[in-house]
Structure formats: C-alpha cells, structure tokens
Design a protein around this ligand. Structure first.
Ligand SMILES: Cc1ncc(COP(=O)(O)O)c(C=O)c1O
Length: 388
C-alpha cells in the first residue's frame, strides 16, 4: 500500500490552492489587538459577537429571512453541533432513536452510534430524503411506541450522494415533521459551496414559525476544517435546551475574532473565488469519469458540495477495488462507510477539493483501470493493465 496517496479523492477537505493565507494573517494582525484583554476571559456559550453577526448576515443574505446573532451559537466545527443536539435531545428513557437518510455522513454515524442512539434509515433518491418513506418510518415508530427524538437531514449537497432537495419536497418533509411533532436537525455544512443554478432554501427559512428547527453550519467547507469553526442556529426555547448541554466555556475567541475580521467584507467574494476553482475540479472529475468508465458506471453531477457519488457495476469486487486503488495511490471512500448499518452498497465517493486539476486528470483514469480490473466477471483480463 502506498504511504501517501498520490491521488487523494478521499477526504471532504477544501481546496488548498485558494486558501487565503496572507489575507488571514493580515486579519489576525488587526483582530488580536482589538480583542486584547478579553482573551483573559471565557468567551461564553454563544461566542464572539462579531463572528455571530457576520454569520447571521450570511444566513439572512442567503435565505432572505431575518436571523438574529443572539440565536447563533459558535461551535468547534459543525461536528460539535452534531453531537450537542443529540446530547440535548436524547432522554435516556427507553431507546433514543434518530431518523436520517439511510446514507449519511460517516462522522455523524460514528458519533451517534457511540452516543447510544439507534439510527433508523429513510430511503433517498437523487432529490434527497423521500417523504413517503419518512412517513412510513415515523408511522411505524409511533405504532411501536418509540417515537424518534429528532430527524437529522442533509438536504443540500447531501453527503455522500450530492443531491439537493427541491423546495416542494422540503415543504413536504416540514409538514410530516410537524404532524409527528419531531424536531428537524438540518446539517448544512456545505452551504455556499455552490456551482450551478439557483440555491434551494434551507428548511428553517421555509418554516419561520417553527421553533423546533435546529440548523448546523460550518466554516470548514468554505475555508478549511483546520480552523474548527462552526455554528448552530436555533430559536428559543430550543436554543436554551441546547445551551443547557454545553459545558466547555465556549469556542476559541482567537479563531472567531480572526474569522470575523477576515469574512466581514469579503465573504461572498471569497466564496465566488473558491467555488470557481472547485467547479473546475468537479468538471475535471466528471470528464475523467466519462472518458474512463462512461460505459460501465453512473455518477452524480452535484450542483455544489465536494463529492461525486459513483455507482459501480454490480460485478465489482469492492475489496479488490479498494486494494487495487491503494496500490496505485488512489484514495476514495467506500460506499458502506456512509450506510447507517454499514451495508456494502456498490458505490464509491470521490472528493474533489484536495487534488489539483492535473492530479484529477491523471488519477481518474487510474481509478477507471482499477474499476475494470475489479470486475469479477472480466477482471482477469484487466488485472495486468491495472497492476502496471
Ligand atoms: C454532513 C457533514 N456534517 C458535518 C461535518 C463536520 O464538519 P466540521 O468540520 O464543520 O465539523 C461534515 C464533514 O465532512 C459533513 O460532511
């Protein structure tokens, strides 16, 4: 196995080429003296007001609704929000159940499993979670006397499939959640990583009266996960319920102050620059797939986010494929890591943020050779080529 992958399609990280190192350093020089002796105190549950204001404006401008900075809670990446909501909404009485897409973010699956939540899956298609199946799952849980604590939904640039839920389906999901009186946790960490077409509204923006929505967002995907900055948005009384579970004194004032300074006047310019570069990478993957496996695979064409979800032919031996790709220096994520029960789905997820366009152009054909070589029916004919 190669020590370091040459073609890294594995992780959902951002584009190193557009990381604004110098501008961030300049922002730090301006921000740190402004905070000054406040660094000697704890930031508190909500966190740095300046960054909350910038993120509230980000939400308001994208969604066209009022978002108060007083309802934004800065977190250590959106992942802290993912676990905080579970800890706040679990009761420990009987079984705690969360309902989510049957394919969802692997980090959430791991965290919820370890917290002791039972995950109930809902079918999804290329428009995200299917309302009919959600209704079926909720009906059966209610009949069994085990209503779920919350729904966890990736409605925009779904991880791993890349789907975007159309507005009509969002409204249907909100209606079902309201009828079953179950809170919606919407994880929108890819918000603003957007390439084509109109943006769909967030669930919370479609339900301004609904106080049960919890919305999670992040700076990991528009800047980098290394900054560990995210936020949740929730209105009272749900907000208090979440804050009651927070015991860490708040998140880094240093990071938040620098990011507030950096993003205050340049959020959308930064996103536009980043998205233009990412779109070229996405397109390079799409072209590479068409040329190398267009006759045997299908894949998503995401309007945003960082992933392409590839559907492999049924006769691909997934163990063999992952062995061959590792040998050839290609990293990608196996489909089963995103299945809530670990079922071995015939898919791989390709992340396109980290490799350069040149690496994508070189790497996707190598991946294609590995896919052909891993087909049990025809693999032996291609093994020699793949080993080359
Ligand atoms: C759907 C989803 N939620 C949360 C996260 C965690 O992101 P963060 O770095 O903001 O904690 C990820 C990261 O890939 C993700 O895909």
């Amino acid at each position: 196995m190669a020590d370091k992958p040459v073609y890294d399609f594995g992780s959902g990280c951002t584009n190193p080429e557009t990381f604004p190192t110098e501008a961030l350093a300049e922002a730090a020089l301006r921000a740190i003296p402004r905070v000054g002796e406040d660094f000697t105190r704890y930031p508190g549950d909500l966190g740095h007001l300046g960054l909350r204001q910038v993120m509230a404006a980000r939400e308001s401008q994208r969604e066209g609704v009022q978002v108060s900075p007083e309802h934004i809670v800065l977190t250590n990446g959106s992942m802290q929000g993912v676990t905080l909501v579970a800890e706040a909404l679990m009761t420990g009485v009987g079984e705690d159940i969360v309902v989510c897409e049957e394919l969802t973010y692997s980090g959430t699956i791991g965290a919820y499993r370890r917290l002791g939540l039972r995950m109930e899956g809902v079918a999804l298609d290329d428009e995200g979670m299917c309302p009919d199946d959600l209704e079926r799952v909720l009906t059966s849980l209610h009949k069994a006397g085990t209503p779920p604590r919350f729904l966890y939904i990736l409605s925009t640039y779904q991880n791993p499939t890349g789907s975007v839920m159309p507005k009509a389906r969002r409204l249907a999901i909100i209606d079902i959640a309201r009828r079953f009186a179950v809170p919606i946790v919407e994880d929108n960490c890819y918000a603003d990583v957007h390439f084509d077409g109109d943006k769909e509204p967030s669930l919370y923006a479609l339900d301004p009266e609904g106080t049960d929505h919890i919305y999670l967002c992040s700076l990991s995907k528009i800047l980098g996960p290394g900054v560990r900055e995210g936020y949740l948005y929730a209105r009272p009384p749900m907000l208090q319920r979440l804050l009651e579970r927070r015991f860490d004194g708040g998140n880094s004032l240093l990071t938040a102050a620098v990011l507030a300074e950096f993003f205050r006047d340049r959020l959308w310019d930064h996103c536009a620059e980043m998205n233009a570069a990412l779109k070229m990478k996405r397109d390079a993957v799409l072209v590479g797939l068409q040329e190398s496996v267009g006759d045997i695979c299908t894949w998503s064409r995401p309007a945003g986010g960082l992933f392409i979800w590839v559907h492999l032919p049924a006769d691909v031996d997934l163990d063999l494929l992952l062995r061959l790709t590792a040998e050839r220096g290609v990293r990608c994520a196996r489909g089963r890591s995103f299945h809530i029960h670990g079922d071995d789905v015939p898919n791989i997820r390709l992340a396109f943020g980290q490799p350069t366009v040149a690496q994508i152009r070189a790497g996707i054909p190598v991946l294609g050779e590995c896919v052909r070589a891993a087909r049990v029916a025809v693999g032996s004919r291609h093994k020699a080529a793949a080993a080359g």
